[in-house]
Design a protein around this ligand. Structure first.
Ligand SMILES: C[S@@+](CC[C@H](N)C(=O)[O-])C[C@H]1O[C@@H](n2cnc3c(N)ncnc32)[C@H](O)[C@@H]1O
Length: 346
């Protein structure tokens, strides 16, 4: 029923929503395969429902604090430090002191899913562009961001079909209400930044031919870097997108999403899979500086102190971070994530 409401809302909007392309794709599939939904699309819908829980339900606040919260803190600390170095006297973040638009930092969040991290940053005074390539995510985020009018207006049951590892039926059948915050409240507070959404594949939309070089003060990759076919390409694009002195904040595991793609998409399907040490080495070769303070008088760490659980041997911050974790189940999902902040310094 809820999905029916979403489709109805989308079809009423007209404009830029890519619903017609999805409906055409669905018609083509039906013509070729008969009625019903392809198993792959069914899985994608279930994935979107779980993403709704992750991004927009009160139940997942602690999960969001562990990733989005750390990133927002790191961004606020970076912004304060940069302002201090540049002699700019303005307050960042919680004060919401209404900065002029030309004083706000421009932030890009590729692979932004259903947009909650973008909104959290907007609420703290940053202008944010989210980027996402999945129609499933784009259509649902369009609905949540523009079509919800009350907190906890909707109820879904994202774990209902997760019959494995359930301690109790009532956990499996538990409802999830959303949104816990109204997106329009988050964008309209005094001092909030501006949100934009850019649809399309990150490499196509932001690659060298895109004309987006030196546009962003910060690029934030949260559970995104490992979606790359070729992580070197992602990192080179991030470098190009940043202004001089800009920051790349990364948090996530390295569960290379295309690692098995040759088994179902063909042998030529590219996937570059490297360890975290190599990611850091490649970033340094591209030109990113991890600890700019070492070349200067004052030594600064990658991320603000207290944000991580521990450091790995190379000094990167390490932390346990849940991801779409069905916590009452026998198999909650958590990663030992790396987080770093590095800078474009020529
Ligand atoms: C693992 S999810 C993480 C989503 C969100 N950042 C979070 O932390 O919940 C990765 C997201 O990146 C999107 N994505 C993957 N490859 C992409 C690409 N090449 N361009 C844009 N988005 C992409 C996926 O559709 C998905 O929404």
């Amino acid at each position: 029923m809820f999905l029916g409401v979403v489709l109805e809302w989308l079809s009423e909007q007209g404009g830029p929503w890519p619903l017609h392309a999805c409906l055409e794709a669905a018609d083509m599939w039906t013509t070729a395969n008969g009625d019903g939904v392809s198993p792959a699309d069914f899985d994608k819908v279930l994935y979107v429902l779980k993403n709704i829980a992750r991004d927009w339900s009160a139940e997942f606040q602690a999960e969001r604090d562990a990733s989005y919260g750390r990133i927002v803190d790191s961004m606020l600390e970076y912004a304060k430090r940069r302002d201090h170095k540049q002699g700019v006297s303005r307050k960042v973040g919680a004060d919401h002191d209404g900065r002029a638009s030309d004083a706000r930092m421009q932030v890009l969040v590729p692979g932004c899913g259903l947009g909650r991290l973008c909104l959290d940053l907007v609420e703290h005074g940053f202008d944010v562009s989210g980027n996402e390539h999945s129609y499933f995510m784009l259509l649902m985020s369009a609905f949540i961001l523009n079509g919800t009018v009350e907190e906890n207006q909707w109820m879904i049951f994202p774990w209902m079909l997760n019959s494995s590892n359930s301690w109790r039926l009532k956990d499996q059948l538990r409802p999830c209400s959303f949104p816990d915050r109204l997106p329009c409240d988050m964008t309209s507070r005094p001092g909030s930044g501006v949100l934009g959404m850019i649809a399309g594949d990150f490499c196509e939309v932001f690659g060298p031919e895109s004309g987006n070089a030196e546009t962003y003060d910060a690029v934030i990759t949260c559970f995104f870097l490992d979606t790359a076919h070729n992580v070197i390409e992602y990192m080179e694009i991030i470098w190009d997108l940043l202004v001089e002195g800009g920051v790349w904040i990364h948090l996530g595991p390295l569960q290379w999403h295309w690692a098995d793609a040759h088994t179902y998409l063909g042998a030529e399907e590219m996937s570059v899979e490297v360890g975290f040490d190599a990611v850091v080495e490649i970033a340094k070769k591209i030109g990113f500086v991890f600890r700019p303070g070492e070349d200067e008088e004052e030594v600064e760490s990658d991320v603000p102190s207290g944000i991580s659980d521990s450091k790995d041997a190379a000094g990167a911050d390490r932390m346990r971070v849940p991801y779409m974790s069905n916590s009452p189940s026998m198999r909650p999902q958590e990663y030992d994530c790396a987080m770093f902040r590095c800078y474009k310094k020529n």
